[in-house]
Design a protein around this ligand. Structure first.
Ligand code: ATP
Ligand code: MG
Length: 374
């Protein structure tokens, strides 16, 4: 068998595209990157830029690739359909459309028997108030589409506040969910190949601050075998139902009564960045293997890890790089408040040794969220 180049097209030119290309190139993949943001930062591959969103370079981009994937799910569906009619697109349009719309997503979870918080839809302030009363406050109201990093959301503690929340969110369709008093937030990434082969990474524990992921512990400490098996089963149902190819991330709430599914993302995910240094094959490599039609690599954890996000923060690189088992990943982005500019992975022989190492790392970072209590 020859190992001829596989030409992968990437929609989006941010850090996820960059990390996929960095890991796909040693496999013999070549990358063309299509950007409509006007602010590409990936700095890798051949760039096709349509900052006016007029698709002037779309044909050229498509001519240069064998297969297309993407780094973010807020893509216009008509663009995705147009591409899918001309080149293989992974994950497919149905997966993309489902993940773009919280109503479709929660409906699919329910159809597949995956437990979720109780939810209703609201198309007016009055329906929002009715949903608050039916579910019982507190609730979390979220725009059905376009949300990320906790944007387009409000916690409503009293039905009388529904009107103000409707105006504040400013969307024509909201999902309203019971507020879950979860024990902690977990997530799971799994990959499915074009042959239908499945592989799951271990469950990890995530900590957010001001709506943005700050720390991931891999593996999530103290997960029972039953919980791990339930999570693997949920994500397998999703991957198989959607005839999915690539990496899928599933965000979960752990409660005393078991797991509840929050949302999913049809791509590599920030809570999987630890896999670059703590797993046999990273999520980026495995996503590219899947979309390129190659066999998957092992998703086994090799070293307990902590991922630390750099959010609008400077790092003392000289000092950081003297620390053992510490891996810096910068995204080629200028620093702005709230902007993800990089992450640091720390690994250790055992989970309890991680925390002191993280403290040493944090002393090299200008601004970081409080490190969670254990
Ligand atoms: N029903 C709920 N009950 C309690 N907390 C919730 C609920 N839904 C969301 N949250 C909290 O809000 C956070 C953001 O919600 P969600 O993941 O749905 O939105 P998002 O904007 O897509 O976020 P991200 O881009 O960070 O994944 C969750 O990680 C969780 O901490
Ligand atoms: Mg989320």
């Amino acid at each position: 068998m020859s190992a001829s180049p596989i030409r992968v097209g990437m929609l989006g030119a941010g850090q996820l595209a960059r990390m996929m290309a960095l890991e796909g190139m040693p496999l013999g993949c070549e990358f063309s990157i299509y950007d409509t943001s006007g602010a590409p930062s990936a700095g890798i591959g051949t760039l096709y830029s349509d900052p006016e969103n007029d698709q002037a370079h779309l044909q050229e981009f498509l001519d240069s690739v064998d297969v297309v994937t993407y780094e973010f799910e807020h893509l216009p569906l008509n663009l995705a359909r147009n591409i899918e009619s001309r080149k293989p697109l992974h994950p497919n349009v149905r997966s993309l459309a489902t993940c773009q719309d919280r109503e479709k997503e929660k409906t699919l979870f329910s159809e597949l028997g995956i437990p979720t918080p109780r939810w209703r839809m609201a198309r007016s302030a009055e329906e929002l108030r009715n949903a608050c009363e039916a579910l019982g406050t507190p609730v979390v109201a979220k725009s059905a589409t376009e949300g990320y990093d906790g944007k387009g959301q409000a916690v409503i503690r009293n039905p009388a506040d529904a009107e103000a929340a409707w105006t504040q969110i400013g969307h024509d369709r909201l999902i309203v969910e019971s507020f879950v008093n979860f024990t902690r937030e977990l997530s799971l990434i799994a990959v499915r190949s074009s042959q239908g082969e499945l592989a799951c990474y271990p469950l990890v524990e995530n900590h957010h601050h001001e709506g943005i992921l700050r720390y991931t512990w891999a593996p999530a400490p103290g997960v029972s075998a039953a919980v791990e098996a339930a999570a693997d089963d949920y994500i397998a149902r999703l991957l198989n139902e959607l005839d999915y190819v690539g990496a899928l991330a599933l965000e979960l709430f752990e409660t005393p009564d078991g797991l509840l599914a929050n949302e999913m993302a049809p791509r590599v995910h920030n809570s999987g960045h630890w896999t670059q240094n703590g797993a046999a094959t990273s999520q980026f490599e495995n996503h590219i293997r899947a979309v390129a039609g190659l066999p998957l690599g092992s998703t086994a954890l090799t070293r307990p890890s902590c991922m630390i996000n750099l959010i609008g923060a400077e790092v003392d690189r000289e000092r950081l790089l003297t620390l053992p088992d510490t891996y810096l990943h910068l995204y080629n982005k200028s620093i702005r408040p709230g902007r993800k500019v990089g992450h640091i992975n720390v690994t250790a022989d055992n989970a309890s040794a991680i925390h002191n190492k993280v403290q040493a790392v944090l002393s090299c970072v200008s601004d970081c969220a409080p490190y969670p209590e254990r």
